[in-house]
Design a protein around this ligand. Structure first.
Ligand code: GLA
Length: 358
């Protein structure tokens, strides 16, 4: 099954038609007028495939993922393609205080909690409604105290494939008790195509003059540092692998790039980051309203999983760019707030837009 799928083909829908936790899962296909296609499953709201034309016009799948829902169930940890919640990224020691009350979360990334806890939004079955050929609506109700977070949180995520080859993700959420929320998507990209080798020769530009340095457990130290003169300077396009092995305390702490960049200007009109695949010339621009971008270079990928096209998830064969609020924000009063109160609406949009680089 896995190795018969030809690069650029979508996995069989039947591989996603299951019942998990009493709910139906499926594979939803979005198409646009340009021939681009995106496949998403409501198991964890995961982006399974994104087919875009490369420099020769050949449809190329730029997502590292599985060709069955079982693949995603069996490998929850790396969060392949998933929607992440209730809190994307880490919270130090799994503890935070809200309105004078301390809350404790599950420690799944010792000594911290990561990406929502034991069973985050990435492994929940979302209620799915395909609105039209290019739009999928997903809904999930996270009950009061699920994974230790207060308040019934109603989350809605709308994936839209635009006619200018953008995959737009609109997130909204409301709560009935004061809570914290930080939603993101954890797609692993290889712009040379899934099974396209390492991403070390991809070119990256991130419009961020500062980043949040981390301690050895990947928790920010509470102050921003300038990227200038460091391997974190992507203000001009730079090849990912050019400095990744530099002797640098921050690269050691992250085991490569696994850091939050403080975006100069979150925007839906001008990109916050641009990545180009060296072999395909496929360019991805990222637009977001979020203040931060976690750039992760697949440092924990270790070849344990066999994925679409027979690809092994080998070290650094994909990267993620998670748009979000900063890690450990609930414990860092100086960081932009992640608190959501009853009556407020959490609303944020991110778009990944594809083209062929000039
Ligand atoms: C995020 C984290 C990484 C890693 C991956 C999943 O990107 O920042 O440290 O946990 O998720 O493996």
């Amino acid at each position: 099954m896995t190795d018969t799928l030809a690069q650029g083909a979508l996995p069989p829908k039947a591989n996603f038609e299951k019942t998990i936790d009493g709910k139906k899962t499926d594979l939803y296909i979005l198409k646009n007028a340009k021939g681009m296609e995106v496949a998403i499953t409501n198991f964890g709201g995961r982006v399974v495939s994104i087919l875009v034309p490369d420099k020769n016009g050949r449809l190329t799948d730029v997502v590292e993922g599985f060709d069955s829902v079982k693949g995603y169930q069996d490998a929850p940890g790396p969060y392949y393609g998933a929607l992440i919640g209730r809190y994307g990224n880490r919270i130090a020691k799994g503890k935070f205080t809200l309105e004078g009350k301390e809350y404790s979360l599950y420690i799944n990334n010792a000594p911290n909690t990561l990406h929502g806890g034991k069973v985050g939004f990435d492994s929940k079955v979302w209620d799915a409604k395909q609105i039209d050929s290019a739009t999928l609506e997903l809904n999930y109700l996270s009950k009061d105290m699920e994974e230790g977070y207060p308040g019934n949180l109603k989350a809605t995520v709308i994936y839209t494939l635009t006619n200018d080859n953008g995959l737009k993700i609109d997130y909204t959420a409301t709560t009935d008790k004061t809570t914290i929320v930080n939603l993101t998507n954890h797609t692993y990209f290889n712009l040379n195509g899934a099974n396209g080798g390492t991403i070390l020769d991809h070119k990256v530009q991130i419009f961020a003059d500062e980043y949040t340095p981390i301690d050895p457990t990947s928790i920010p130290k509470g102050k921003n540092d300038p990227v200038k003169g460091t391997p974190f300077d992507f203000t001009q396009p730079a090849v990912i692998g050019s400095k990744i092995e530099d002797k640098n305390e921050q690269l050691t702490n992250g085991k490569g790039y696994d850091h939050n960049f403080v975006l100069n200007k979150p925007s839906l009109d001008s990109p916050v980051a641009i990545v180009v695949g060296d072999k395909s010339n496929i360019e991805m621009q990222i637009f977001t309203q979020e203040p931060g971008l976690q750039f992760y270079t697949g440092n924990f990928m270790n070849g344990q999983n066999t994925m679409k096209y027979g690809a092994k998830d080998n070290h650094r064969t994909a990267f993620a760019m998670e748009t979000e609020h900063f890690p450990d924000s609930p414990n860092e009063p100086k960081f932009p707030s992640v608190v959501l109160k009853p009556g407020q609406v959490y609303k944020t949009t991110t778009e990944y837009k594809f083209s062929v680089a000039k």
